[in-house]
Design a protein. Structure first.
Length: 294
């Protein structure tokens, strides 16, 4: 007898032309007699812009939900937003990729049928991924303080470089003069950090990386440290303010605010198919070994 499962559905609210994938997903879940709840923002988007059958769906707001699994329909940005709403519930998240590259959302729409067959047979992995937590001395952080990918300190708009004093466990590491500094988890090492020359970190490595953005000195390079070490940052700026971006959610902060980054208290669990490994994903997404001459 097929067991009952409850799924919490989140999705991209910008691309109505991809709604056919949502329609197919709902058909699959209904055939399996799943209990489906849906984030209100995504529900309203589908109701206004698509013809998807939205009957008999439980609607919830924000963090107010429970489920056996969360489903993120979109790209990696949608996945990160889903992760922030799942928070410390440790509900496993499956990313269905209707975006572009997709390291987090790595299940393509044409794989949904077989993927849910495997899920109902218990044939999947829920990989635990560490998050980073930001605390501030001198100003209140308005948004969610946890990041699955990275915490980035950046100059604001077109202002000149900022100066960032970085300490590891209280000891001075470096004084960066740059457009910013990215503190990334292994999960985020293939995102923003990679695009500015940061290292790729294996998810199980227990590490984080510090990568400068457009540093003034060519001698400055990324560094990898243990994820249970504490990173403290002090920022100076000619404009007297700077940006903090946590998984793309940004806030403006005043110069003089002391920032502390520590390993978070919980994991985000990412659903992976049993035969999908990190190295398989790397080769596929990074096109390693591909030869354009073929």
């Amino acid at each position: 007898m097929q067991r009952k499962m409850k799924f919490a559905l989140f999705g991209n609210t910008y691309q109505e032309h991809k709604s056919a994938h949502v329609t197919h997903l709902l058909e699959i879940l209904r055939r399996k007699e799943a209990h489906i709840c849906i984030h209100r923002e995504f529900y309203e988007f589908l109701r206004l812009h698509t013809n998807a059958d939205l009957t008999n769906l439980e609607i919830f707001n924000g963090h107010d939900f429970t489920a056996d699994m969360a489903l993120s329909v979109g790209g990696d940005g949608t996945f990160l937003k889903t992760a922030s709403l799942v928070g410390n519930k440790e509900i496993p998240i499956l990313g269905i990729n209707t975006g572009r590259l997709g390291f987090l959302a790595d299940i393509s729409p044409d794989q949904m049928e077989e993927t849910f067959d495997e899920i109902y047979q218990g044939m999947y992995l829920a990989e635990p991924r560490r998050v980073l937590k930001l605390t501030c001395n001198g100003q209140v952080l308005k948004g969610y303080p946890y990041g699955l990918n990275e915490i980035a300190i950046l100059k604001r708009d077109s202002s000149s470089m900022i100066t960032i004093r970085a300490y590891i466990n209280g000891e001075l590491l470096n004084v960066y003069q740059a457009d910013g500094l990215i503190v990334a988890t292994p999960t985020g090492s293939t995102g923003y950090s990679l695009s500015v020359g940061g290292p790729i970190l294996v998810p199980q490595s227990g590490t984080i990386s510090l990568t400068p953005v457009a540093p003034h000195s060519l001698n400055v390079r990324p560094i990898v440290i243990r994820d249970d070490w504490e990173v403290t940052l002090e920022v100076e700026s000619r404009s007297h303010n700077f940006l903090i971006a946590i998984d793309g959610r940004s806030e403006t902060f005043r110069e003089g605010t002391r920032l502390t980054i520590r390993r978070g208290e919980y994991f985000i669990r990412i659903v992976k198919r049993c035969h999908h490994s990190f190295f398989n994903t790397l080769r596929e997404k990074m096109m390693w070994g591909a030869d354009s001459r073929n």
